[in-house]
Ligand binder design. Structure first.
Ligand code: ATP
Length: 608
């Protein structure tokens, strides 16, 4: 049996072992909506499948006919029968071709639609959903689960149909030839096939064990090579070699044990299968001798028996296949049934009336969905008037990033309200809301394309001149043009080919191009060298002009001139005011932070 992805009868992983119930089958059938657009091809595939199965089933009967001709017991000549044989052969080839052609048409297109739908769903789901799942898990929905469904459409369905047809057609034929021989055959052959299936399962379990052990050994290699510096620093080479050898010995032992059973299995199969055929030939031969059946029919009988045996063997795998398919469909449907926050079926909203950018938080409380019992914000109220700048400062974990994540509407609030221009943000379309906000993150993440593509990410329909202009205003044009390929320079994976300061300026150019009313700056914690710092700061000043800006500040030196500073402690605003006001609060939090940073800088300068 041809199988893609998984091997014949391979053990079904635990998570795939879904009970087959009426409900789960019904749910799985919902996946057929993806086949509906291709129903013509699907029907054609079924027709050719039926035809090719029927033509295969004719072969044993034809072999019987040939024998009859040779024995001189047929009204046809040898050439006529062989001609018919050839005709069936040609038809069978044509039918099979079209069956595969149409099944590929259906399965490839329908599965691309499933992948597109799942991806569109995943990328538009709210952040809390993404937090609950691992990225690897989501990507395997797109690869493994969809491939499983594709197997069903392109292979399993055909196999299933063929097996049932062979079983029914073959049994009907042999019953017609001789019910006695049929009963004799049914008493032996299927029993052996089923025994072989069970034995085979056991062996596969064993070989999976040795595969797992090989995987475990590979993990040791991978881990140690990845952290080779650590291994060497601790001089643990000998220890690791020992660990690896141990894993190998275990694997070899299991493999040898498996081989013993595999040897037994092969001997068992060969002996019993051929034994059964011999028994049938013996019994059938007797029937031929006593003239109960014709010799030609005995030959056809044996061929059909082999066909039936193959079908019974294939059936064993069918149940596992259906289980896997139900599991895969359910996991895909679970995702498709989630509610998106962005409706991609609708065209992207054109930016509604420009906003002025008055941002206000009123008594906002919040807990992350992943940790509902920890209140991260305990009643935050703040306001930034249009075009003004505020800074959020406070210890790590105080809730600064949370505040801006809520403004982006990544999470629903537990209490209170956030408004922009007086409108609660949950009444604004989420795409429109985010179109008005740009974020310059702490760690700039660039996509693997060109510099131009990365800047254009801020506004996909921007002209080349706009992109250059944004780069120039972000102090980035200089370094971009110093590269031989200029704007077309490919930035390596995650932008590793660019320095930290350069990446930041690209992120600033991106934000300038987006031209939002509201800006969020998540200050980089690591400081740049003085020249880089100056270039970035200049670019930021250009970006911040006339925009409502929220700065998550880590280095207090950069926020002296903001309009208002909010000092956070444990999810509450502990102090607020301008830099000058706050530094004068005796023993104030901010005053202490400033002192601390000042001392640190002095310590570094003085070499302490
Ligand atoms: N996605 C999340 N799920 C659950 N808890 C989170 C999540 N993100 C942050 N937290 C928790 O919320 C609290 C506030 O985190 P937040 O990132 O807002 O702090 P921060 O002030 O920005 O800190 P830093 O300066 O280190 O970035 C922390 O205790 C953190 O552990």
């Amino acid at each position: 049996m041809a199988k893609r992805g998984r091997n014949f009868g391979e053990e079904t992983p635990e998570e795939d072992k879904k009970k087959i119930t009426g409900d789960s089958l019904k749910r799985t059938l919902r996946m057929f909506r993806f086949v509906r657009p291709y129903r013509t091809q699907f029907v054609l595939m079924c027709v050719f499948l039926a035809l090719s199965t029927a033509s295969t089933l004719v072969f044993p009967a034809l072999i019987g006919q040939v024998t009859k001709v040779i024995e001189g017991k047929s009204p046809f000549t040898l050439n006529q029968v062989i001609g018919l044989f050839g005709g069936v052969l040609v038809l069978q080839a044509i039918f099979s071709f079209f069956r595969i052609y149409f099944s590929a048409q259906v399965s490839e297109r329908a599965m691309a639609d499933v992948r597109r739908a799942v991806y569109a769903k995943i990328i538009t789901l709210p952040i809390p959903f993404m937090e609950k799942r691992r990225v690897g898990e989501l990507t395997s929905r797109l690869s493994a689960d969809v491939s499983q469904l594709q197997d069903v459409l392109s292979i399993t369905l055909a196999e299933f149909f063929r097996q049932i047809a062979t079983l029914l057609g073959g049994t009907a034929f042999i019953l017609y030839v001789s019910w006695k021989l049929t009963l004799f055959m049914l008493g032996t052959f299927p029993v052996i096939v089923v025994a072989a299936i069970v034995f085979g399962r056991f062996i596969r379990k064993l070989s999976k064990e040795s595969q797992d052990q090989l995987a475990a050994a590979s993990v040791i290699v991978e881990e140690t090579l990845q952290s080779i510096n650590v291994v060497k620093a601790f001089t643990n080479e000998r220890f690791e070699i020992g660990r690896y050898s141990g894993a190998l010995v275990k694997m070899v032992n299991t493999a040898l044990r498996t081989a013993k059973f595999r040897g037994l299995f092969v001997s068992f199969v060969i002996t019993t299968m051929f034994g059964a055929i011999m028994a049938i030939v013996w019994y059938g031969g007797n029937l031929v001798q006593s003239k109960e059946i014709a010799f030609a029919d005995l030959l056809s009988f044996i061929f059909y028996t082999a066909f039936i045996g193959g079908s019974v063997a294939g059936m064993g795998d069918m149940y596992a296949q259906i289980q896997r398919t139900i599991g895969a469909s359910e996991r895909i449907l679970d995702i498709l049934d989630e509610e998106s926050e962005v409706d991609v079926e609708q065209p992207q909203p054109v930016l509604a009336a420009p906003i002025t950018g008055d941002v206000a938080f009123a008594d906002v409380t919040f807990s992350y969905p992943a940790r509902p019992d920890v209140e991260v914000l305990k009643g935050i109220s703040l306001r930034v008037d249009s075009g003004k700048k505020i800074a959020l400062v406070g210890q790590s974990g105080a809730g600064k990033s949370t505040i801006v994540q809520l403004l982006m509407r990544y999470y629903p609030l537990a209490g209170g309200q956030i408004t922009i221009d007086g409108r609660p943000i949950n009444t604004i379309d989420v795409t429109t809301l985010r179109q008005h906000i740009a974020v310059v993150p702490q760690e700039v993440m660039l996509f693997g394309g060109t510099i131009e593509e990365n800047i254009r990410y801020g506004k996909p329909n921007a002209t080349e001149t706009d992109v250059r202009d944004a780069a120039r205003r972000a102090n980035a044009l200089g370094f971009i043009e110093s590269f031989p390929e200029g704007m077309q320079t490919i930035v390596g994976e995650r932008g590793v080919k660019l320095s930290g300061g350069q990446r930041q300026r690209i992120a600033i150019a991106r934000a300038i191009l987006k031209d939002p009313a509201i800006l969020i700056l998540d200050e980089a914690t690591s400081s740049l060298d003085a020249e880089s710092e100056r270039l970035v700061q200049e670019a930021l000043n250009e970006l911040m002009q006339n925009r409502t800006t929220l700065i998550i500040a880590h280095r207090l030196a950069t926020i002296r001139s903001v309009d208002q500073i909010y000092v956070l402690r444990d999810g509450l605003i502990a102090e607020q005011g301008t830099h000058d006001q706050l530094t004068n609060v005796p023993d104030g939090l901010y005053a202490n932070l400033v002192k601390l940073q000042f001392e640190n800088v002095n310590n570094v300068i003085n070499g302490h």
